[in-house]
Ligand binder design. Structure first.
Ligand code: ZN
Ligand code: ZN
Length: 442
C-alpha cells in the first residue's frame, strides 16, 4: 500500500493538514482515489461530523476567505471546519488483505464467556448488530479477542471505540499483546501522531469524526449512554465511521432500555469471570456531611471507615459529588494520612495518581465520578460520599460498585454509600446488583 493511501483510507481530513506534500495530495485527487468536499455543505451540513442543526452550524465573517462562511461548533475541538475548508475523503475501494494472523492471547474463557464470544462471532458473520450486556469484571475484553482475531484473518478493518481516554489507554497494551502482528492505532484527544494504515483502531468516540465508511466491524465499549440522547453527534459518528453493512457490537454493564429494545441479538453475563457475586452496596447515614466539611470537620462515620482501611492497608477510593467538596475534604483527609490524595477530571496528574494507588504509594484517593470506570486495583474498597446527590444516578453507582472485588484472589470488598437520605437511584442500583447475583445462582 502506498504511504498516502495507508494514511488516508477511510479517513476524512482537512486538506491543509494532510501530512504529505501538496503535489502528492493533488496527484491522488486527480487520479480519482480521493475527492474534495466543502467543509460545510451549501445546505449547512458539517462534512466531518454531519451536524445540521442551525444552533451548531453558525455563520460568521470569515477572515480566511473574506466572505460570510458557516462553521461547525460540534466538532470544533478537532480544528475549525468552515464553508471554505476543504475536506479530503479517500474513495478508492479497499483491497481485503486476508490470511493467517498471530494470536498472542492464550488465556481460557469461562463457559459463560465462551458462549458470549461465540454469539458475537455469529452476529458478525450475519452482519447483525449485537449487545453484550455484561457486569463489571465479567472479562469483556477477553470475550472480544477471538471474534476480533477471526475478523482480522478475513482482512476486515476493526474499530473499538470507548467514550473515555482511560479506557482506550487500558485496552491498548492488551490488544498489542493479543494481536502482535496487527497494525494497531490508539487515538484519543492528545495522542501522539500515528502514521500508516491501522487495521485495528482503538479510539475515543470523538475521534471517530475523523473517519468515514472506514470500518467493517465496530465495537462500542461502555455504550451505556447509547442511544446518546445528550450528544446525538456521537451516535452519528459511529454510524458514519462504519461501512453501511458493518455490524456494530455494543458493550455495556448498564445498557439503557432503549438500546436493549433496539438491538435484536443479545448476550448477557451477570457473573464475574472468577465466579463470585458482585459486592452489594451498604447504606450508611451521614447527615449534613456537606455542612461538616464546610466547617472543616470530617464526618465521623467517614473518618472511622477511612481509618479502618488504613489499618488493614487496603487501598480505597472516595467518590465525591463535586470538585468543590473534594477541595474542602482534601486538607482534612491529608491530616488523617498524608498518603491520601485527591484527583478530578482536570487534574494533569490523574494517571500518575491512579498508578500510585495501584502500587501502594498512595493509601487512598478522593475523586469525582471521573474514576468510576476503567480502573482495576486489587483489594480496592470504595465509599461514595453523598450517594444521594443527583450526579450519582443508577448507572454511575453500579459502575462505582463494580470497581470492587475485580480480582480472583480477593473478590470481596466494601462498597458503602454514605448518604443524607436514600434515593430512588441508590435503591435502583442496589436492586440491580442483587438481581444479577440472583440470576447467576439460578
Ligand atoms: Zn462538525
Ligand atoms: Zn471562509
Amino acid at each position: 500500500m502506498q504511504a498516502i493511501e495507508a494514511f488516508f483510507r477511510g479517513r476524512i481530513w482537512m486538506k491543509q493538514f494532510i501530512p504529505f506534500p501538496k503535489e502528492l495530495v493533488q496527484e491522488v485527487i486527480d487520479r480519482g482515489d480521493a475527492i474534495v468536499i466543502s467543509g460545510i455543505s451549501a445546505d449547512g451540513e458539517c462534512g466531518r461530523c454531519q451536524e445540521t442543526s442551525p444552533d451548531y452550524v453558525i455563520s460568521y465573517a470569515c477572515a480566511t476567505c473574506g466572505k460570510v462562511c458557516s462553521y461547525c461548533r460540534t466538532c470544533i475541538k478537532m480544528g475549525r471546519i468552515s464553508s471554505c475548508t476543504e475536506l479530503v475523503l479517500w474513495t478508492a475501494p479497499a483491497i481485503l488483505n486476508a490470511g493467517p494472523r498471530a494470536f498472542g492471547w492464550n488465556g481460557s474463557l469461562t463457559p459463560l464467556q465462551a458462549n458470549a464470544s461465540k454469539a458475537i462471532a455469529d452476529s458478525i458473520q450475519k452482519g447483525a448488530d449485537h449487545l453484550l450486556y455484561a457486569v463489571c469484571g465479567a472479562g469483556k475484553t477477553e470475550i472480544l479477542f477471538s471474534p476480533i482475531h477471526e475478523a482480522l484473518q478475513k482482512g476486515l478493518r476493526i474499530c473499538v471505540a470507548a467514550p473515555r481516554t482511560d479506557v482506550i489507554l487500558e485496552l491498548s497494551p492488551r490488544f498489542k499483546q493479543a494481536f502482535p502482528d496487527a497494525l494497531i492505532h490508539t487515538l484519543y484527544g492528545d495522542s501522539p501522531e500515528q502514521t500508516g494504515y491501522g487495521e485495528i483502531i482503538l479510539a475515543t468516540t470523538h475521534q471517530l469524526y475523523r473517519f468515514q465508511e472506514a470500518f467493517d466491524l465496530l465495537f462500542v465499549d461502555e455504550a451505556d449512554a447509547f442511544p446518546y440522547s445528550l450528544d446525538p453527534s456521537l451516535e452519528r459518528a459511529v454510524k458514519k465511521a462504519a461501512k453501511p453493512s458493518a455490524p456494530v457490537i455494543y458493550i455495556s454493564a448498564t445498557p439503557s432500555k432503549t438500546l436493549q429494545k433496539q438491538i435484536a441479538e443479545h448476550s448477557t453475563i451477570f457473573r464475574r469471570y472468577h465466579g463470585a457475586t458482585l459486592p452489594v452496596p451498604a447504606y450508611r447515614a451521614m447527615w449534613n456531611y456537606e455542612r461538616h466539611l464546610r466547617k472543616g470537620k470530617l464526618p465521623s462515620p467517614l473518618k472511622d471507615w477511612i481509618e479502618d482501611k488504613l489499618r488493614k492497608k487496603q487501598p480505597f477510593l472516595l467518590f465525591f459529588p463535586s470538585i468543590q467538596l473534594i477541595e474542602l475534604a482534601s486538607p482534612l483527609l491529608h491530616k488523617i494520612d498524608c498518603a491520601i490524595a485527591a484527583v478530578h477530571s482536570k487534574d494533569p496528574y490523574r494517571k500518575e495518581k491512579v498508578m500510585q494507588l495501584r502500587e501502594g504509594a498512595l493509601a487512598g484517593l478522593a475523586t469525582s465520578t471521573i474514576l468510576e470506570r476503567g480502573i482495576t486495583i486489587p483489594h480496592l474498597q470504595v465509599a461514595v460520599v453523598g450517594a444521594d446527590h443527583r450526579v450519582f444516578d443508577r448507572a454511575a453507582l453500579i459502575q462505582i460498585a463494580g470497581r470492587v472485588g475485580r480480582s480472583a484472589k480477593d473478590p470481596t470488598g466494601d462498597v458503602i454509600f454514605f448518604h443524607n437520605g436514600i434515593t430512588r437511584q441508590m435503591d435502583a442500583a442496589r436492586q440491580e446488583i442483587l438481581f444479577y447475583n440472583k440470576e447467576e445462582k439460578a
